[in-house]
Design a protein around this ligand. Structure first.
Ligand SMILES: C[S@@+](CC[C@H](N)C(=O)[O-])C[C@H]1O[C@@H](n2cnc3c(N)ncnc32)[C@H](O)[C@@H]1O
Length: 145
């Protein structure tokens, strides 16, 4: 599966790396990060992945916090126009947890910022201010976790 994706798209980026959290801890940290968000110097990278299983309403939830420990993927900002990256959950055979991988969704210019969409602003319409440059809705998508 991964090989097919690699062949079909111009570049493959990398999977995001961070602390894997239990949901209770993720919720505690999200509250702390929300409180700190008014400080311009602070930026958090808590990513919540929800995977709906084909069997019914069950949802697998993975909390990755790259705020303190992470790789370069933690620096990818949001863009309201969807940006130039798309995300895919990729499972390596034998791995229990999928990896969230970033793929180029179109050709990019040298020095162009890589961005993707953090989600749907309707889920939490009073989010942080968004400062993306194109077709901006003014709110950074986030969810009540
Ligand atoms: C995954 S980090 C991205 C890297 C971050 N900008 C940094 O310098 O460490 C996510 C955080 O970046 C900021 N951010 C990302 N995209 C943004 C945007 N379009 N407008 C405003 N802030 C944004 C928010 O503080 C968000 O919580």
């Amino acid at each position: 599966m991964l090989d097919m994706i690699e062949m079909a798209l111009p570049i493959i980026s990398r999977a995001i790396l961070g602390e894997l959290l239990m949901t209770k801890e993720a919720r505690t940290r999200q509250k702390i990060y929300d409180d700190l968000a008014s400080d311009d110097q602070f930026s958090s990278s808590l990513l919540v992945l929800k995977e709906h299983l084909p069997s019914g309403n069950a949802c697998m939830r993975i909390n990755i916090d790259a705020t303190r420990v992470g790789n370069v993927a933690r620096f990818i900002n949001h863009s309201c126009d969807g940006g130039n990256l798309s995300t895919k959950l990729v499972r390596n055979s034998g791995a229990l947890l999928p990896r969230l991988c970033f793929f180029a969704s179109r050709d990019t210019q040298e020095d162009e910022e890589l961005t993707f969409s953090y989600g749907d602003i309707r889920l939490r319409p009073k989010g942080l201010k968004c400062f993306c440059s194109s077709s901006c809705y003014g709110i950074l998508p986030s969810e009540n976790t």
